[in-house]
Design a protein around this ligand. Sequence first.
Ligand SMILES: Nc1ncnc2c1ncn2[C@@H]1O[C@H](COP(=O)(O)OP(=O)(O)OP(=O)(O)O)[C@@H](O)[C@H]1O
Ligand SMILES: [Mg+2]
Length: 386
Amino acid sequence: MVFGRRPKDAVRRLEDGADRDELRAEGTTAAVIDASIEVDEGQIFVVMGLSGSGKSTLLRTLNGLLEPTAGTVRFDGQDLTSLSDKELRKVRSEKISMVFQHFALFPHRSVLENAAYGLEVQGVPRAEREKRAYEALELTGLKGWEKSWPDELSGGMQQRVGLARALATDADLLLMDESFSALDPLIRRDMQDQLLELQKTLKKTIVFITHDLNEAMRLGDKIAVMRDGRIVQIGSAEDILVTPANDYVASFTQDVDRTRVLTAGAIMTDAAEALGSTAPDGKKLATAADLLAAAPATVGLDTPIVDLFTPCSTSTVPVAVTDKAGKLVGVVRADRLLAVVGESGDQPTAAAVPAPADRKPSDTQDKKPGNAPADHDPEGKVITGA
Ligand SMILES: Nc1ncnc2c1ncn2[C@@H]1O[C@H](COP(=O)(O)OP(=O)(O)OP(=O)(O)O)[C@@H](O)[C@H]1O
Ligand SMILES: [Mg+2]
């Protein structure tokens, strides 16, 4: 996505290897360059990056507010870039909702009318839109405030009205641009929790923009890290923490509380290692059942590793990790736990730690699936699958 004079020429120059700064010197901004993302239905896809890295621009191409200078945007089987303005407006009002950082509520409309606004634009009759707005306000914790005026609400509550407006339209795709960034830390956390809770039942497809890595890691099923208009890595929170694509990403993750982001499933090693060993009471750990009986704790794949320290410190038998069916799928030893937590971005990353084979980082990290978008599409395709 190029802003400024002769954007198509700028795309050609970028393809020939020109960089963002060269173009900027000439008064042209390459806001998003060569970005390919694929958002699955029901997923929270987070785009993270510093100010000016191109996040909002990328987001605006997703609902057709900006037409990419090159490339396509596919949404729900349709190529948005080929639709007429009228068709695009229809898709935008029925299937896509946007929640901004400072949600602009109409001051002279009640909370209920504000929440119903998206439906009003769609031409939904009053009774029906009020019913849906009531429900959406209840979902976002604003039951009882329907008749209030926006200026009677705190900033966090106003932001909830914004979220309720987006939910009331029943859109498949929610685009959230720094929606929680203006809130106090505690309220922000609360909103994150609420979004995760809502998502369990609503299963919307959400593209969430933030410059906050902790927020990205809490919310994102998948995270794209942007720098200077390019996507430098796409992966899960764990991918980004354990195998950062480059020093830039690693420096970002330095201050993240790994113990809350990494899970038992991400750091566990093969249970076979522990089988055949002897428990402190002299009992041979021959089978999975022996191990499960002797382990100081049995945890799920999603258990954050912060919960493993106490059990790991009380026994030489590793913590057992089981799947949903209760089957032993791996173990976490105390030494592995400490090694993972000891890593930080300014050290030689996870390479120092023996990891399960499929997670072992290599010199060619950049080309690994799950890191930088290896399946790069030169056209800069953006696909959302709602
Ligand atoms: N309409 C526009 N016209 C010209 N340049 C623009 C326009 N919109 C964005 N830009 C430029 O494109 C680049 C990316 O901007 P964008 O708003 O996408 O960044 P961002 O990552 O959302 O930043 P922030 O975190 O500050 O919101 C910036 O250099 C910005 O100045
Ligand atoms: Mg922005």
